[in-house]
Each structure stands twice: as C-alpha cells, then as structure tokens.
Design a protein. Structure first.
Lengths: 139, 284
C-alpha cells in the first residue's frame, strides 16, 4: 500500500475514532434522535379510541438500546423494556409461529439472510450506536 | 365443580368439628389499612407471602353491594351476578362477618362475636383430607399437595359488612404462581382442579406452533414479566395514566384501578402435560 494512501486512511480514521470514543466514553452513548415520523391514521375506530380517551395524539418512542414507550399528550402510558436476550427470545417465538406454515424455500432460503441482517442491525443499534425513533399517530 | 364442592365440604367439616376459642379482641368490621401496609412491608422484606384481603359491603336497603373496591355496576360489566333477594334477606341479619385463614388457623366471626376457630397444621390438615376421603370425598394426592403448599404460606382475610360505602380495594399479593395445565384439546386444569373450561383453540394452536411447553406470567404492581420455556421475554410496565386511557378508549368501565397497582400474582402454564418447573416463581 502506498505510504500516501495509508497516511490518508489514518487521517480519516483518527477523527471518526475520536468522535466515537468521545460519544461512548464522555457522553455515555446517548441515543441519537432521528426525525419524528408523523402518521395520520384514517381509521374511524382509531379516531373513536382517541376521542373516547380525550387524547389528541399517540406517540410511540423506540430507543434501540432496549426501551419502547407509548405516551399520549406527554404522559407515559406504558413501557416495554428489553435486553438483547429477551429481544432474541421474542424474535425466535415470532419466527416459530410465523414460519410454521410457510414454504420450505421461505424458511431455508429467504429467511436466514434476513434474520442474519436483522440480528446484526439489532446488536449494532443496541450496543454501538443506539437511536431514538419517534412515531406520532394522529387521527 | 365437584372438587370445589368437596373443598367447601371439607372446610365445613373442619368448622363443625372445631371448638370455638375465646373472643378475638379486635373489631373485625373494617379492613385495617395497616393490614395492607404490613403485607407490603413483608413483601419488601422478601418473606414469602400469599396474601389476599377482600372486603365486601352491602346495602340491604338499596339491594346493592360492592366487592374489592368495585361497585356492583362495575362488577356486572365483567359478568358478576347480581345479589338476589334471598341472599339480601339473609345478609340483613348479619351486621358484619370476618374470615381469616393462615397456616396456623382458620377463624370466623359474625357480628363481632367469634363463631369458630380451627387451629391446624400440616398433620391435622392431612387428617381432614383423610376424613373427607373416608366419606367418599377423595382428593387426588397432587391436589392435596398443592392445597397444602398454598395453606402453608397463605394469609387470607375476608370481611363482609353492611354499609352503603364502596368496599376497600382488593389486595392480592401472591408469591406462588397458580399452576395451570392446558391439554392438547385446550382443556384447562387450575391447581389440579378441572375447570370444565377450555382455552381458545387459536391460542392452543399458536402455542403448538411456537413449541411453547411452559410459560410463567407475573403481574407485580403494574409490571408484567414473562418467560417462555425458561427464556426471559421483554417486560411491560403499565402506568396508571395508561390504564386510565385504555379504560376510557375501550369503554371498559374498570372504576377503581388501585387494586391493579397493589396486586402481585402470577400463573405458570404448562402445555400438553409438560409439567411445572419447581423454579417457577414470581419473586424477585
């Protein structure tokens, strides 16, 4: 490898590694908030539910290091907490139920790469860089 | 149903055979809030507790009642029956009554006067079971074993009294999960007693598809935890505001929600005779 290329590579890696170290060690790896996603749900039943509960909007916040919170008008309603083990157990249960009636090629050809990628992504967003996904549901 | 009748008869036999002991000193007309505080303290101390405190109030003038902090209207929503006239006539004669059951004794009071106290221990309870067996009311060994397991740590306090007020909130603090068996057909057996009911076929199908042999689900003052075949699942925490919103949104008319957030109980469900692990518990 030419010396110049190695030099450029080191120059590129050092700032990224420094920022990452600062994020992990100094800031304590806080979840990075992604832009809010707002969905207007055009469903009469959903609108009735919100009206009955005197709620304007329902917000689901998923922090990928193990926390999902449902809130309405700023008040927390319910919370799901998980670790990678319990998350994986839930995925295993879901796949056993969903794939039990599926064709062999779905089970053995299509699903394994999807599962590999999904598992890698869940580990990355759980341990390395957690993100905060906010979904706002309005009627 | 037959086994429930047998259990009731066994309790009646025990009461009949017993001798009333000297009067209990304290008034038993109201559920003392210190009882609830004491239970919560024991739970916090980590001591095994299977505690149930139930109060029922009834207004014979209006013919209504309240149970565990819920009004008759709220209870009717979940299918509770109305109290008929005959029962109300009977209740008119009773100002208050109280039943306390723990590992050492079973005691009953009516209108502040002691009715009967049975002092018992595992040996005398076995004798009662044997006596019932002699009269043809045989309880299976596993039912006896489970009943004994419960009675050894149980602490039940039941009060009924005449009042137009809503009764005190129900308190359930159980460390021992209820054992439920679900057969291939969906037939439900709770603590060895066949309920005559069946689980929804769709749930049985999903359990089979998911290779679920055993699951423990625990509710602890708003937190729901579960494991599946011994593997932990995510935990769910329901906040008071959440239950309020759910109640209003779905029109459940739950009324007083406090009992839900004082309760601690669990169930261990075994599918297709897979058995109940000894490690299944709802303790911390």
């Amino acid at each position: 490898m030419p010396k110049r290329l190695l030099y450029l590579l080191v120059l590129a890696v050092i700032p990224v590694a420094s920022i990452f170290a600062f994020y992990k060690l100094v800031l304590g790896s806080p979840p990075i908030p992604l832009p809010k996603i707002t969905l207007a749900v055009n469903d009469a039943r959903f609108r009735d539910y919100l009206e009955n509960a005197k709620v304007d909007r329902l917000t689901i916040t998923w922090v990928t290091n193990g926390d999902v919170v449902a809130s309405a008008d700023g008040e927390d309603l319910a919370e799901i907490t998980y670790n990678l083990g319990s998350f994986q157990n839930t995925v295993n249960l879901g796949e056993a139920i969903i794939l039990s009636d599926s064709a062999w090629w779905v089970r053995y050809l299509l699903y394994p790469p999807i599962k590999l990628n999904a598992t890698a992504a869940s580990v990355f967003f759980y341990h390395v860089i957690p993100v905060k996904i906010t979904l706002v549901l309005e009627s | 149903m037959k086994k429930i009748q047998i259990l009731a008869l066994v309790l009646l036999l025990a009461l009949t055979a017993s001798t009333a002991l000297p009067a209990r000193s304290s008034s038993m007309t109201e559920v003392d809030e210190t009882v609830i505080a004491d239970t919560l303290h024991k739970v916090n101390q980590g001591a095994p507790v299977n505690r149930i405190v139930v109060e029922m109030t009834y207004d014979t003038e209006k013919g209504t009642y309240s149970l565990g902090g819920f009004t008759a209207e709220q209870l009717r929503v979940i299918g509770a029956p109305q109290v008929n006239g005959e029962v109300m006539t009977l209740l008119k004669r009773i100002e208050n009554a109280h039943l306390a059951i723990d590992a050492q004794s079973l005691a009953a009071d009516i209108n502040g006067q002691p009715l009967a106290t049975v002092n018992w221990d595992p040996l005398s309870r076995r004798a009662i079971f044997d006596l019932a067996g002699e009269y043809g009311l045989h309880l299976d060994a596993n039912v006896q074993e489970r009943a004994e397991g419960w009675l050894d740590v149980v602490d039940v306090d039941i009060t009924i009294r005449q009042s137009s007020q809503v009764s005190q909130p129900l308190l359930i603090q159980l460390d021992t999960p209820l054992q439920v068996d679900v057969a291939k057909t969906g037939r439900l057996v709770v603590e060895g007693v066949d309920t005559g009911m069946a689980m929804y076929s769709e749930v049985v199908r999903l359990a089979r598809a998911g290779s679920i042999q055993n699951t423990t689900v625990c509710w602890n003052e708003g937190a729901l935890t579960a494991d599946l075949n011994g593997s932990e699942l995510p935990s769910v925490t329901v906040h008071r505001e959440g239950l309020e919103v759910l109640d209003q949104a779905l029109g459940l008319r739950l009324g007083n929600k406090e009992p839900f957030f004082n309760a601690r109980a669990g169930v261990n469900i075994a599918f297709n005779g897979s058995g109940h692990p000894e490690s299944a518990s709802c303790g911390d």
